[in-house]
Design a protein around this ligand. Structure first.
Ligand code: C5P
Ligand code: MG
Length: 243
């Protein structure tokens, strides 16, 4: 599918305004909404813990199958655009080694290629975002299913600004996963096949949801890291500009 232009922030703004009682009237026309958004942004910057213009950090979800290049491109985006990068998988792996009571459950689910209950993952993300305190986050490998997505919105109280999606053929991902040597319990052919199935059945509906909202930056991942980066960096910067 062709890349789609990123959604303007007025969509999530519209949702915020519904709870304020009678606020819809002033949203007549995009110009009015934008002016109001700017005014709120100015107020938001003064709020404790506020990051982005909306009074909360700006989040880009980074999705794509296992081995599609999410981590590689996030590292480059951090370096060039100053984002904070959080990998849900990395946070879960650290959690499973932390000796916490649910660590063994997380370890088992990762080994099986299953999706860990959202409560665990969203709490880890929330903690890591608060600890960093930054205004712009790349959250990689999340949301992996509809439950993940809904839990994030419920717990954090806002949705992502957009989604960066890496579209990659399974044969390419399989080759990359089998070639990487990170000592992971899930980089074996059996678990890899299960992760592909989980990705298609549970994660792609999330991508489709955001595509319907016009929020997806779509990247062909079967290119060199340099080519991919040159393609996506300007789009990500445009979606969530540095303050
Ligand atoms: O993204 P990554 O490949 O590092 O994820 C590894 C594993 O971590 C997944 O296969 C899954 O078992 C678990 N995971 C999860 N929920 C997420 C992200 C990762 O359960 N949102
Ligand atoms: Mg990764």
């Amino acid at each position: 599918p062709p890349p789609r232009p990123p959604l303007s922030s007025t969509r999530s703004f519209g949702r915020r305004s519904t709870g304020s009682g009678g606020g819809e009237g002033i949203l007549r026309g995009l110009g009015g909404a934008r002016a109001l958004l700017r005014a709120l942004g100015r107020a938001g910057r003064g709020m404790a813990g506020a990051g982005g213009d909306q009074g909360h950090p700006a989040v880009v979800f980074v999705l794509g199958g296992p081995g599609s290049g999410k981590g590689t491109q996030c590292a480059r985006l951090v370096e060039s655009l100053g984002f904070c990068h959080l990998s849900a998988g990395d946070l879960l792996r650290a959690h499973m080694k932390s000796g916490s009571p649910d660590g063994q459950m997380v370890a088992d689910m990762i080994k099986q290629g299953q999706i860990v209950p959202s409560e665990v993952t969203v709490n880890l993300l929330k903690g890591a975002m608060a600890a960093d305190g930054g205004a712009r986050f790349l959250i990689d490998g999340f949301p992996r299913n509809v439950e993940n997505r809904e839990a994030f919105e419920t717990v954090m109280g806002f949705d992502c600004s957009g989604v960066l999606f890496f579209d990659c053929p399974e044969a390419v991902m399989e080759r990359r996963l089998l070639a990487r040597n990170e000592g992971r319990t899930d980089d074996n052919i059996e678990t890899i096949k299960r992760r592909f199935k989980v990705f298609v059945e549970q994660s792609m509906p999330v991508v489709q949801h955001y595509q319907q909202c016009g929020k997806v930056i779509w990247a062909d991942s079967d290119r060199s890291p340099e080519e991919i980066f040159a393609d996506i960096a300007p789009q990500v910067e445009k979606l969530v500009p540095a303050a």
